[in-house]
Write a protein that binds this ligand. Sequence first.
Ligand code: FAD
Length: 259
Amino acid sequence: MTPFQTLTARLIRSVPFSEQTKHLEFEVLNLPRFGFVAGQWLSLKAKNPDGEEITRAYSIASPPSDGNRFALCLNRVQDGFMSNFLCDLKEGAEIRCQGPFGDFILRPPLRDTLFIATGTGIAPFRSMLHWLFPSEEETMEDGGPRPSNGDSTGHPRHQGRQLWLLFGSRYEKDIYYHDEFLRLAQAHANFHYRPTLSRGGPNWQGLRGYVQEHVRGILQDRTDLHAYICGLDKMIKANRDLLKSLGCDRKAIRYEKYD
Ligand SMILES: Cc1cc2nc3c(=O)[nH]c(=O)nc-3n(C[C@H](O)[C@H](O)[C@H](O)COP(=O)(O)OP(=O)(O)OC[C@H]3O[C@@H](n4cnc5c(N)ncnc54)[C@H](O)[C@@H]3O)c2cc1C
């Protein structure tokens, strides 16, 4: 398969996370195995009501597997075409896409790492984290057959590195995949899950405020971590500037901008 080949994928599961956000699972037709690297994105194509071909990028939210499935996590954007078209798709509908593309992938050798996301910027990190910590008991059926737990020497992919996920949302209902990440953190002492709410209700026990307010506390004067940031431009800029001001090498900071 070449990356520029146009693929057809069928929607097999559509899960609403909120009025604005959906988790969509697709299977690629006529392809027994759809290969990609955790963190990559697909280019989705559809014709708008004027007959124009619209193309938009969406990060793959599921881990690579031996099968032909992939998942997306997307938000409706007001007055946007593609995000609403995809959120309105019915199970069984087919779409066209190209890919995988992108180099927002884990850079070897793996170091202690801070993943920072807001909103649907969680998508590539869900892919990376399930790849790093594969589980036989996954409940989401989007990954097809599960990959083996580690490399050919039997070492786990996460190599015992300390991995933090700092995930910002407004409200508790917008913490996508919350139960999955809680389970992952419970199962792996080296995975530290830090959801933070900017408008959390009185019963919220976790962190509050914007993601950038918690970076310093996680770093604790360390400057040797890798950092990956995904979401909207403003949030990425705030976190890149902060990480650099705290002494992190700009080459150790990677980001994927959605807008
Ligand atoms: C590499 C990459 C990966 C991406 N992955 C995802 C993903 O996994 N999930 C996801 O939900 N989106 C993702 N996006 C954003 C996505 O590609 C679209 O930009 C978004 O869905 C809007 O498309 P649209 O056709 O609905 O709206 P458009 O018609 O493109 O835009 C309508 C209006 O909304 C503004 N706008 C565009 N994008 C956004 C946005 N993301 N948030 C707020 N306002 C916006 C535009 O400036 C415009 O004014 C990704 C973008 C990139 C570049």
